[in-house]
Structures are given as structure tokens and as C-alpha cells.
Write a protein that binds this ligand. Structure first.
Ligand code: C2E
Ligand code: MG
Ligand code: MG
Ligand code: MG
Length: 279
């Protein structure tokens, strides 16, 4: 009798695993078609200068508008895009779309706002990446100066020499580079000083800890001072409370980003809410 129960259980797990594989394949196929069907969208989250209170730029954050379930967040599909290689085309789409929106704002006279686009390590390591970027920014001479790419420490650590040379090539075009989620990777101080980057974005985990834990506060303070001593700008990610914002201003953090000021917004909402004011 026992064996029978176990046999049954075994069957159950196998069925469950088959479902998961089928679901995954289905998702893969849907993502494959999503680009052609124009189902990806960019939402934009403002970054604010702490000293002036002004919006200095926006970060493009991709979503998939699944006709069946609605907006899907990137954490549930970026890794699939990476594993399937779809990230190359989707990544270029995101750069094109972001620059198109940015140039529309520039044409409307919004000269201060910059645009940041997240770039997957895989995308950046692709041999054609720098050339593709060069082509995209050639559309308009104002594009490169207003564009920032957000890369992660993982990207850099995988192949330091290659990373440095592609970052130099990209910066030579006039594009800026930010290190995203700073503090979560395995970075060393030695590597930071060698990297051709402009900005550090402190991961929101550290920002969450800074009000609850004195060590968390001194860690954030240390990162800000480190960035400034390397002539880098610092952005605090995931700022949700006035208290965090107040402490960050005291610590001379340059910019904040987070729900306190604004969630990521659909482009129409961003334009309606914030960008009109800047004109
Ligand atoms: P990220 O670049 O570090 O973006 C910040 C994430 O934190 C975003 O999640 C944003 O919505 C969320 N966030 C912002 N402020 C707050 C806050 O105050 N509290 C909390 N709890 N969260 C906040 P999202 O949009 O789900 O994106 C997740 C990640 O997906 C991004 O992290 C980025 O690594 C990746 N990603 C997004 N768009 C793209 C893209 O176009 N290409 C690539 N390769 N990756 C992307
Ligand atoms: Mg980012
Ligand atoms: Mg981040
Ligand atoms: Mg992240």
C-alpha cells in the first residue's frame, strides 16, 4: 500500500514538473512574439537633485504588456530574455524607444532632463554593441550627451579588461555610465578607480537599512564619500521616506530616486505630471 502511495506521489511531482517546463516554453514563445506585436513598453522613473529639488533625468524600466494578464515586471522575464538571446533585440528596442521619447522632450524644449537605460551584461559583452549604440545616437547630435547607460558590477567583474575597453568606447561617444545596484556585487576599491564611469547608484537595500541601523547609515555615508573622492556622482535608489531623504541630503548625496518622489510611470503620465512643468 505504501509503495502505491509513493508511486502516486511520484506521478504527481512528474506532472508538476512537466507543467513547469510547458509553462516556461509557453512564456518563451510569448516573449519571442512580444517584440513583433509591440507589447513591450517603457515606464519612466524620475531622478531628483537633492539640493535643488529638480528632476535631472528619468530611468527607463521595461514592462511587458501581456494581453492576457496585463503588465509584467522585468524580474519575471529579463532572465528568460538573457537565456534565449532575445535580450539583444529587446535591449536595442529599449534604447531606440527611450531615445525617441527623449528627443521628443528635447524638441519640446526640455533641455535639462537626461535619460538612463538599463543594459544587460550580455548585451554589453556582445561584440556589436558599441557599433549599435553609435548608430542609435547618430540619429541626433543631442542624443549621446543626454544618454546614460546603467550597468551592474557583474558586468564589470566578468571580464575587467573587456569591460574597461567597451566602456571607454561608449564614453568616447559622449554617453555616461552609471553602476547600478552598487554594493551588491563583489567589487573591490581597486577596480572602481580604474573604471571609466560617471555615477554610482547605491542599491536600495542599503537605503532601507540606513534609518533602522546605525551601521547601515555609516555604510551609506562611506559609499557617498568614496564616490565623491573618485569624482563620481551618487544616486540613492529606493528612497521611500522623508527621513531617508533628509539623511541623504545631510550626507551630500547628489540625487535620489524612489517611491517617495515617484513610482515608475507610463510615458503619458510622466509627461502629464512632471515634464510639462519643466518647459
Ligand atoms: P534597477 O535598474 O535597479 O531598477 C530599480 C527597480 O526598483 C525598479 O524595478 C523600480 O521600479 C524599483 N523601485 C524604484 N523605486 C523603488 C522604491 O522606492 N521602493 C522599491 N521597493 N522599489 C523601487 P523594476 O522596474 O521591476 O525593474 C527591476 C530590474 O529590471 C531593474 O533594476 C533592472 O535591473 C531590470 N530592467 C528594467 N528595465 C530593463 C531593461 O530595459 N533592460 C535590462 N537589461 N534590464 C532592465
Ligand atoms: Mg537601473
Ligand atoms: Mg538598481
Ligand atoms: Mg536591480
Amino acid at each position: 500500500k505504501k509503495a502505491k502511495v509513493e508511486g502516486h506521489r511520484h506521478l504527481f511531482y512528474t506532472q508538476k514538473m512537466t507543467d513547469t517546463v510547458a509553462q516556461r516554453l509557453n512564456l518563451e514563445n510569448q516573449l519571442r512574439q512580444a517584440l513583433d506585436k509591440n507589447e513591450f513598453v517603457l515606464h519612466y522613473q524620475p531622478k531628483v537633485n537633492l539640493a535643488s529639488g529638480e528632476i535631472t533625468g528619468v530611468e527607463a524600466l521595461i514592462r511587458w504588456n501581456d494581453p492576457l494578464t496585463g503588465l509584467v515586471l522585468p524580474d519575471s522575464f529579463i532572465s528568460i530574455l538573457e537565456e534565449t538571446g532575445l535580450i539583444y533585440d529587446v535591449g536595442l528596442w529599449a534604447l531606440h524607444q527611450a531615445l525617441q521619447d527623449f528627443l521628443r522632450w528635447r524638441a519640446a524644449g526640455l533641455n535639462a532632463v537626461r535619460i538612463a537605460v538599463n543594459v544587460s551584461p550580455l548585451q554589453m559583452r556582445h561584440p556589436g554593441f558599441a557599433a549599435a549604440i553609435e548608430q542609435i545616437v547618430a540619429i541626433d547630435p543631442r542624443a549621446a550627451q543626454g544618454l546614460e547607460l546603467e550597468i551592474t558590477e557583474g558586468m564589470v567583474m566578468a571580464d575587467m579588461k573587456q569591460a574597461i575597453s567597451s566602456l571607454h568606447a561608449i564614453r568616447a561617444l559622449g554617453i555616461s555610465i552609471a553602476i547600478d545596484d552598487f554594493g551588491t556585487g563583489y567589487s573591490s576599491l581597486g577596480y572602481l578607480s580604474k573604471l571609466p564611469v560617471d555615477t554610482l547608484k547605491i542599491d536600495r537595500m542599503f537605503i532601507a537599512d540606513m534609518v533602522t541601523d546605525p551601521q547601515g547609515l555609516s555604510l551609506v555615508s562611506t559609499i557617498i564619500n568614496l564616490a565623491h573622492s573618485l569624482q563620481l556622482k551618487v544616486v540613492a535608489e529606493g528612497v521611500e521616506t522623508e527621513e531617508q531623504s533628509r539623511l541623504l541630503r545631510l550626507l551630500k548625496c547628489d540625487q535620489i530616486q524612489g517611491y517617495l518622489f515617484s513610482k515608475p510611470l507610463a510615458v503619458e503620465v510622466l509627461e502629464e505630471t512632471f515634464l510639462r512643468r519643466l518647459g
